[in-house]
Design a protein around this ligand. Sequence first.
Ligand SMILES: NC(=O)C1=CN([C@@H]2O[C@H](COP(=O)(O)OP(=O)(O)OC[C@H]3O[C@@H](n4cnc5c(N)ncnc54)[C@H](OP(=O)(O)O)[C@@H]3O)[C@@H](O)[C@H]2O)C=CC1
Ligand SMILES: Cc1cn([C@H]2C[C@H](O)[C@@H](COP(=O)(O)OP(=O)(O)O[C@H]3O[C@@H](C)C(=O)[C@@H](O)[C@H]3O)O2)c(=O)[nH]c1=O
Length: 298
Amino acid sequence: MRLLITGSNGLLGQKLTGLLAENPEVELLTTSRGKNKVAGIFPEVNFRSMDITRPEEVQAVFENFRPTHVIHTAAQTNVDICETEREACYAQNVTAVQYLVEACEKYNTHFTHVSTDFIFDGAAGPYDEEAAPKPVNYYGQTKLEAEEIVKKAACPWAILRTVLVYGIVHDYGRSNIVLWVKNSLEAGKTIQVVDDQFRTPTLAEDLAQGCWLAAQKSATGIYNISGEELLTPYQMALQVADYFKLDASLIQKTDASKFTQPAKRPPRTGFVIEKAKKELGYKPHTFQEGIGIVAGQI
Ligand SMILES: NC(=O)C1=CN([C@@H]2O[C@H](COP(=O)(O)OP(=O)(O)OC[C@H]3O[C@@H](n4cnc5c(N)ncnc54)[C@H](OP(=O)(O)O)[C@@H]3O)[C@@H](O)[C@H]2O)C=CC1
Ligand SMILES: Cc1cn([C@H]2C[C@H](O)[C@@H](COP(=O)(O)OP(=O)(O)O[C@H]3O[C@@H](C)C(=O)[C@@H](O)[C@H]3O)O2)c(=O)[nH]c1=O
């Protein structure tokens, strides 16, 4: 297998790199827009800078490496920035997927595309793979449009949808629910956390394993890859405080009518993951176990 990873500097990308760096089954090429952030940690892994919004860069990498499999993790994942910087978000989340799909079609490469619970309106979660999408923000719209491109592809493809990913990686700007709560409480800061949004939070290592299972099996179709527990951010925050023995009184319960963000969030998402468990052998950790894994890495 010659496996190309996009977005290898990101949360999922770094976890995939770690998972596959020493796997003898895989000839690995990691790619991201910037410089390789993990060159010092995985010096043996090949890296090439590739901006997926530049078709000539995508074509050159495919021509040279001829991947049999691609795991596509790169995206604009800042949901609020997507709302205001629509053109750039569209280029990263939609047009770039078209370029990658065209390249995969040319070489009959298996394409694993990572998508999101934000393609749904959050009226009736948890969702299975057959549920009807209806995004409530621009990020969700772009991710849905990308799915439509992938579904029409003339190469083998899998779409893996995931939810609220948490974990710790190297030299990384974006926070996530576990680190945000831990860091805030350690600094003695009060936080307002919603108790009327529902998610099945996903440990980044579990998502990486799900992507690897799909690529390894050349799986085709749509798979939900997330945690299994439906929790509100408030419930997650309490578990984080409890695990790290931090002051839970700093966590103030709020709701979406009082706590608003620039982009609307779907209230109740989360996924049913039976298909991935049965067909891929996917087995995620509990949220409690996930916090423990992150704690061990801090
Ligand atoms: N995080 C989450 O909670 C969730 C994520 N997802 C999906 O999972 C996937 C992975 O997410 P995650 O790892 O968290 O994302 P990150 O934001 O952590 O990483 C995405 C990476 O994509 C790279 N990237 C962005 N634009 C380009 C570009 N034009 N060319 C090349 N690389 C680019 C960036 O690389 P660089 O640093 O080099 O600029 C960045 O490191 C995404 O498709 C996302 O939509 C779905 C549900 C939840
Ligand atoms: C910042 C913040 C968030 N929250 C809640 C709202 C939300 O349900 C949850 C996470 O909020 P964030 O803004 O950090 O994350 P958010 O951008 O909502 O995360 C999303 O990212 C994209 C990429 C996805 O694809 C989605 O699956 C989803 O996980 O925490 C609070 O309650 N209080 C706060 O101060």
